[in-house]
Design a protein around this ligand. Structure first.
Ligand SMILES: [Zn+2]
Ligand SMILES: [Zn+2]
Length: 456
């Protein structure tokens, strides 16, 4: 798809003034496309936009909100979209917001940020520390929102050059509550043909990205089991049925699922993270509750693990004369599918990322056993998920997500904004419907625009 020369000239005129345009007169269409990410990154690094993203991120960081409770975060997002003059739909999935920039017609491409925080205490002492005890943006979703709003600003500034519509997806409840699934059910990706998302990553250097085609994050599920025996005096065990011992054997047996039953080349995890039972040194309790998570990289392995977890818990408990009930809490905590990056989008991403950062700063990522509800989108349309580096050794260590001393390197914000804006803009330019004439596009654009919720 050729990129018309006038588009780049307008970019040059609007994005950065003045720019050395003399060399651009003889650019090939590929070179013109390659200019977009470069210009957007320069735009995103401008002091006013950078300051705005920092201020948004800090505001959200101070007021973390958990799954489906992101009311203030959502309000802040809508206020910013209003300020930018961007149309949006609200609410989707309780607190979600979907904005639209561009022609209002096809093609449609989505860029997504998650909005929720974690139920954990921040231990970093700084000016904008979480004001809510026991809640913290410990995964960087505050930065994700700020970057998507930064991208919204860039895209809106260049809306007349967009060759289709960018859908800005601000979704709630990524951390275990499957907000993406609900967003999908409520039509967030209507007409959308591809979706992109990023995650900040403290282990990769600032100014670099890492990803891979195919599976990158695991499928994930949770389980909880109550193992019931008969309580009594700790010194007279023969009159009791000890659920602590039964639960201990259950946990050891669960470890055999991965070490003895799974193919060693097929990565899987079973972890018991919760063990609650008893409260006294000299009492055997009536029951013990255990809970944990399981992960796998294929649907088959995941289903097999789920079945065997149930069998092992009930079977092993009965060896110790206990009863067990096993729950997977799928309503509250739906299973997350495997996050699978589309191969064509991987190639496309490689080109855009190479143009933006230089090919030497685009890394191949090893798959991780972590999970992402972005996978729900990828089950429906091609999607691409990548990690955006923020490591800077001169600023101390950036801890992994979900650490109480997790920090965001705010220098990452312009990179995220530029990535979102560049991926969306380039995707639209390179994926124009071949058979659609301009007049058809206009018709479609008018009819879709009618659905937009204009809150201006
Ligand atoms: Zn997280
Ligand atoms: Zn996260």
């Amino acid at each position: 798809m050729a990129f018309p020369k006038w588009v780049s000239l307008i970019f040059i005129a609007i994005v950065i003034m003045p720019l050395p345009i003399s060399s651009n007169q003889s650019l090939s269409p590929e070179e013109e496309l390659a200019q977009i990410p470069v210009l957007f990154l320069e735009y995103a690094k401008r002091q006013d936009l950078f300051d705005r993203m920092v201020s948004i991120r800090r505001k959200i960081h101070e007021n973390p909100e958990l799954c489906y409770e992101e009311l203030e975060t959502s309000k802040l997002i809508r206020a910013e979209l209003d300020r930018l003059g961007i149309h949006y739909k609200y609410p989707l999935a309780e607190t979600g917001v979907v904005g639209f920039v561009g022609t209002g017609g096809p093609p449609f491409v989505a860029i997504r940020a998650d909005m929720d925080a974690l139920a954990m205490q921040e231990i970093v002492e700084w000016e904008h520390k979480s004001k809510i005890p026991g809640k913290m943006h410990g995964c960087g979703h505050d930065a994700h929102v700020a970057m998507l709003l930064g991208a919204a600003s860039i895209l809106q500034e260049h809306r007349h050059q967009l060759q289709g519509t960018v859908v800005l997806v601000f979704q709630p409840a990524e951390e275990g509550c499957a907000g993406a699934k609900k967003m999908l059910e409520e039509g967030a990706l209507e007409h959308v043909s591809a979706i992109f998302a990023l995650h900040v990553a403290g282990e990769h250097p600032i100014g670099s990205v890492a990803s891979r085609p195919g599976p990158i994050l695991a499928a994930s599920g949770f389980f909880e089991a109550v193992i019931s025996g008969k309580g009594g005096h700790a010194a007279i065990p023969q009159h009791t049925i000890d659920p602590i011992l039964a639960a201990s054997n259950v946990i050891v047996s669960l470890q055999h699922l991965v070490s003895r039953e799974a193919d060693p080349l097929d990565s899987q995890v079973v972890t018991v993270g919760k063990f609650q039972g008893g409260g006294a040194f000299n009492v055997i309790p009536d029951s013990v509750t255990i809970g944990g998570t399981f992960r796998a990289f294929s649907k088959e392995s995941f289903v097999q693990l789920r079945q065997r977890i149930k069998e092992v818990i009930t079977g092993q408990a009965s060896v110790q004369r206990c009863n067990a009930t096993v729950l997977f809490n799928e309503i509250e905590k739906p299973f997350y599918p495997v996050t699978v990056n589309d191969k064509d989008l991987h190639d496309f991403f490689g080109k855009v990322a190479g143009d933006l950062l230089g090919p030497r700063n685009v890394f191949e990522k090893q798959p991780l056993m972590g999970a992402e509800d972005f996978s729900f989108y990828q089950e429906v349309i091609p999607g691409y998920f990548f990690f955006l580096g923020m490591k800077n050794d001169s600023q101390g260590q950036y801890k992994p997500g979900h650490s109480p001393d997790f920090r965001v390197n705010e220098d990452v914000l312009p990179y995220g904004a530029a990535f979102h804006a560049s991926l969306a803009t380039r995707y639209l330019l390179e994926n124009q419907p071949k058979s659609t004439s301009m007049s058809d596009q206009k018709k479609k654009s008018t009819s879709t625009k009618g659905n937009f919720h204009d809150e201006l």
